[in-house]
Write a protein of this length. Structure first.
Length: 93
């Protein structure tokens, strides 16, 4: 026994593209990627790594994701406003 820590069965994650040791997941598809098989995002508050496949599909910019979030939140606010309007109309009757 050497007295050092040993890993048993916990292999480090491997890159989905080149099989080297991965440094983290792709921000879009969540596949493990190494530093050579990813690009960095643009237009966000934080920089994220995107795999080369997602980058080819136009995943480098996060503008679409932000727009989708704003549309989703706007839909919730519109539904709540409609409920408030209906309840207000029913209580006036």
């Amino acid at each position: 026994m050497s007295g050092g820590l040993e890993l048993h069965g916990d292999d480090p994650a491997r890159c989905a593209f080149c099989s080297r040791q991965a440094v983290g997941p792709c921000a879009s598809c969540r596949q493990p990627v190494c530093g050579d098989c990813c690009t960095l995002t643009e237009g966000g508050a934080k920089v994220w790594a995107i795999c080369l496949d997602c980058d080819r599909r136009g995943g480098r910019s996060l503008a679409g994701a932000w727009r989708g979030l704003l549309v989703w939140l706007g839909g919730i606010l519109a539904a709540l406003a409609a409920i408030v309007a209906i309840v207000g109309w029913l209580t006036r009757r």
